[in-house]
Design a protein around this ligand. Structure first.
Ligand code: ATP
Ligand code: MG
Length: 255
């Protein structure tokens, strides 16, 4: 379904991903953890084709994104919903117009079909009453949900969530977790980046820890929770010292 093979990416002279390999199976929800700045968002950007690796291969839905034409890339991208970390809503468009954007970019749908899909997506995230508002007129949590509606509106086979619950109150987080779990029952494949461990344990089939440019650990939920790996333990217990506290690849600290 999604395969990254020996992906290396250097950004501003720093090696962010270093021979990273991971396979995400059809229908699974994989949670990607890691310290801030380790390259989680960069990894998602490779899966949606917004970034190309310096070396290595990225395959999504049976198509290589690294050896493909622009048209093919657009075709794959139209099947991948991407919830940006910062919401990335356009401030001058209404919520409904923002949600419609992916349909206008890649799908040739009649206006009535676009309107219906936008309505359905907004209902899904409980924003049906707020489609006419501007992003600046709704709360941060609502903007997150609007971003999720935009990720779902094209009926994607894959949804990538970048910190869907960050900055949300516990109840709003539960609503998002419930939605992710509901999407799971539809057979959709999901990759979810989070620092919210409650959310991770609630939605994940498997959990991966990104460290030093690679998938350091990848386990099902119970094995991850019980892992004896020092880096996993440090992350789960939030210890200040441990393997995750060493400098990143270039030797500098990330603190
Ligand atoms: N377009 C870019 N140009 C240069 N450097 C970048 C670019 N995008 C990301 N980086 C750098 O790559 C590193 C990884 O960034 P990334 O956004 O993937 O981190 P992250 O794991 O998602 O962190 P966080 O948990 O804080 O969101 C960071 O040091 C960041 O500054
Ligand atoms: Mg990030």
């Amino acid at each position: 379904m999604i395969q990254l093979e020996n992906v290396t990416k250097v950004l501003s002279g720093r090696t962010i991903l270093s021979n990273l390999s991971v396979t995400i199976e059809e229908g699974e929800t994989l949670v990607l953890l890691g310290r801030s700045g380790t390259g989680k968002s960069v990894t998602l950007r490779h899966i949606v084709g917004l970034m190309q690796p310096d070396s290595g291969r990225v395959e999504v839905l049976g198509k290589s994104l690294t050896e493909t034409s622009t048209d093919q890339l657009a075709a794959v991208r139209s099947q991948v919903g991407y919830l940006f970390q910062d919401g990335a809503l356009l401030n001058w468009l209404s919520i409904a117009e923002n949600v419609a954007l992916p349909l206008l970019e890649t799908h040739k749908l009649a206006k009535s079909e676009v309107d219906q899909r936008v309505k359905d997506a907004l209902r899904e995230v409980e924003l049906d009453q707020h489609g006419d508002k501007l992003p600046g007129e709704i709360s941060g949590g609502m903007r997150k949900r609007a971003g999720l509606a935009r990720a779902l509106v094209s009926h994607p086979k894959i949804v990538l969530h970048d910190e869907p619950t960050s900055g949300l109150d516990p109840i709003s987080s539960s609503i998002i977790n419930k939605l992710v779990n509901r999407l799971k029952t539809t057979g959709i494949t999901q990759v979810l980046v989070t620092h919210d461990m409650n959310s991770a344990f609630e939605v994940a089939d498997r959990i991966a820890l990104l460290h030093e440019g690679q998938i350091h650990a990848l386990e099902n939920v119970d094995d991850f929770r019980d892992s004896a790996d020092p880096a996993v333990r440090q992350f789960l217990e939030g210890q200040i010292s441990g393997p995750l506290s060493r400098g990143l690849l270039d030797g500098s600290s990330n603190d």
